[in-house]
Design a protein around this ligand. Structure first.
Ligand SMILES: Cc1ncc(COP(=O)(O)O)c(C=O)c1O
Length: 390
């Protein structure tokens, strides 16, 4: 008994013990020990945060704004977010009580799930998906029920597939458009299909819109803007991707007042408030950041076109992803599993990619390559992948 108590793992919660470490980490650890590696692995912009946002933050520090902000975030920032949501996505949220500034979209998702899930309730997670969805549902005490978005539908989930897995315990569904890892964007009509299932079965929709601005081919639709959807949708968004601000850890969440107020309880006890200096940068980003953002988007767009064309040319079939900064080519012609492919490619050619299987079983047979890196690096990566395939 005594020796058992001396073992620190004895103190861990069962909930945490069942969570597996992220599959991406192993590859980064391996890559970090090697030289001359081209990384197509990380999911973050290669741009430094534009100067005017950084300057706004520096100015706030010079002026001494170093204290906590209100729990929900600086009112001026919430007002900017409210205007942004209205202008960009045609949904109105009150800056008073329907917006919380969070520590990234990550925290937004966490508090949304914790505020709404009761033990054992089910959340439908569309695979392949961002690595945190399943663990974060489980950490909130829920059960993640995965459903596969199929390559024959360009990785777009079909409404009938959602209906097939609904039980009396289903509370809601997490959707992510543009998607990580596939880059797939759901258009208005496709979102209407999902909305009709949510309305019919009284489901909550957790809509991860962190890549919304990085949507290249069609105007972006938020599911919250569809008729009757605003009051059953929680929108998670943030500054990490389109505004090139990953390290500032700043996101936001919008939703109906009653749900947001429940989320605010968790946020205020767990986090207190998002970093104040980051909030000043975000105000500037929303007020005056659109020219810089458009430049970055144009650059990602042309890199997307380059990668899709080259990957198809060298024999790794790749659909055209409508958004985000990932391509998701099929590697089954090599006879290797996605993990074997990624490991061999790293060791033999020093190119780091992420095996599709880390995004769920339906990602097997694919690899995720981030093209948020310079065109020179992308060209070199393609040359190396071509050599690897010889
Ligand atoms: C789909 C998706 N959602 C959320 C996040 C987390 O974003 P944040 O930096 O705002 O926490 C990421 C980051 O990679 C992501 O890919």
């Amino acid at each position: 008994m005594k020796s058992e108590l001396m073992n620190p793992s004895h103190f861990l919660s069962e909930n945490v013990k069942m969570i597996k470490p992220s599959g991406i980490r192993r590859f980064f650890d391996l890559a970090s020990q090697m030289e001359n590696v081209i990384s197509l692995g990380v999911g973050e912009p290669d741009f430094v945060t534009p100067w005017n946002y950084r300057e706004a933050s520096i100015l706030s520090l010079e002026e001494g704004f170093t204290a906590y902000s209100p729990n929900a975030g600086l009112l001026e920032l919430r007002q900017e977010i409210s205007a942004y949501m209205e202008q960009r996505f045609s949904v109105h949220y009150s800056s008073e009580n329907e917006i919380i500034v969070t520590v990234g979209a990550s925290e937004a998702l966490d508090i949304a799930l914790r505020a709404t899930l009761n033990p054992g309730e089910e959340i439908i997670v569309v695979e392949p998906c961002f690595v945190s969805y399943v663990p974060i549902v489980e950490l909130a005490g829920g059960k993640a029920v995965t459903v596969r978005a199929l390559p024959e539908y360009d990785f777009k989930i079909q409404p009938e597939q959602i209906e097939e897995v609904i039980t009396e315990k289903t509370k809601g569904i997490i959707i992510c458009s543009p998607n990580n890892p596939t880059g797939t964007v759901l258009n208005k009509q496709e979102l209407e299909g999902i909305a009709s299932v949510a309305l019919k079965h009284n489901l909550l929709v957790f809509s991860d819109e962190i890549y919304a601005e990085l949507s290249y081919d069609e105007p972006y639709t938020s599911i919250a803007s569809l008729p009757k959807m605003r009051d059953r949708t929680i929108v998670m968004n943030g500054f990490s991707k389109a505004f090139a601000m990953t390290g500032w850890r700043l996101g936001f969440v919008c939703g109906p007042n009653e749900i947001l107020q429940a989320m605010l309880k968790i946020h205020q006890y767990a986090i207190m408030c998002a970093p104040t200096m980051s909030q000043f940068a975000a105000i500037e980003a929303l007020k005056n950041g659109h020219t810089e953002m458009k430049k970055m988007i144009r650059s990602y767009h042309s890199r997307r076109n380059y990668m899709v064309e080259e990957l198809n040319e060298i024999g790794l079939p790749c659909h055209v992803p409508g958004g985000a900064f990932y391509v998701f080519p099929n590697i089954t012609s090599t006879g290797l599993s996605s993990e074997e492919f990624a490991e061999k490619l790293l060791i033999e050619q020093q190119v780091a990619v992420v095996p599709g299987s880390v995004f769920g079983a339906s990602g097997e047979g694919y690899i995720r390559c981030s093209y948020a890196t310079s065109i020179d690096q992308l060209q070199e990566a393609i040359t190396r992948i071509k050599n690897f395939l010889k």
